[in-house]
Design a protein around this ligand. Structure first.
Ligand code: HEC
Length: 131
């Protein structure tokens, strides 16, 4: 009887563990989508020459890249991609502060390149496993 009870409790925790994981994934997804919003804020700022908006969006991207949710992956490649991303975001932020529209546009392009590179690298990982 005790064994069965333990089994039931075990199953309960195992299944709630799965639900917990889904919750975490959903919140990670929500967190990650914030980058998209900031990225749009930058484009808007560039388009209407609103340097405050550019600088603020870059600062927000920088801050979120230091949050725990960002560190969902801890491979050396991911850490390198994160640091490359931060470098370009720092350039974007500086260009925004200096009211340098061409510099900010170029930096935004570099930031975007880093978004794509990191995601590309994340997609490549499972493929390698299948080989
Ligand atoms: C250093 C790595 C890295 C960089 C740089 C990066 N991301 Fe992501 N991104 C992730 C990870 C990890 C996820 C979550 C796992 C996944 O969806 O593959 C993610 C997911 C996303 C998602 C999907 C969220 C969802 O589930 O709906 C969007 C949108 C996104 N990122 C936008 C961006 C944008 C825009 C940038 C650049 C401004 C960017 N990311 C830069 C790592 C990165």
């Amino acid at each position: 009887m005790k064994k069965i009870l333990l089994l039931v409790i075990g199953l309960f925790f195992a299944s709630s563990g799965i639900q917990e994981q889904e919750k975490i994934d959903q919140s990670t997804s929500k967190f990650m989508r914030r980058k998209l919003q900031y990225s749009r804020d930058v484009v808007e700022g560039l388009s209407v020459e609103n340097f405050d908006q550019i600088t603020k969006a870059a600062q927000n991207m920088m801050l979120m890249s230091h949050e725990a949710d960002w560190k969902v992956v801890t491979t050396p490649q991911y850490l390198k991609a994160s640091s490359d991303f931060r470098d370009t975001v720092a350039r974007l932020r500086s260009a925004g502060k200096e009211k340098n529209l061409d510099g900010a546009t170029l930096a935004y392009f570099e930031v975007t390149l880093n978004c794509v590179r990191c995601h590309k690298q994340l997609r490549q990982k499972p493929k390698k496993k299948r080989e």
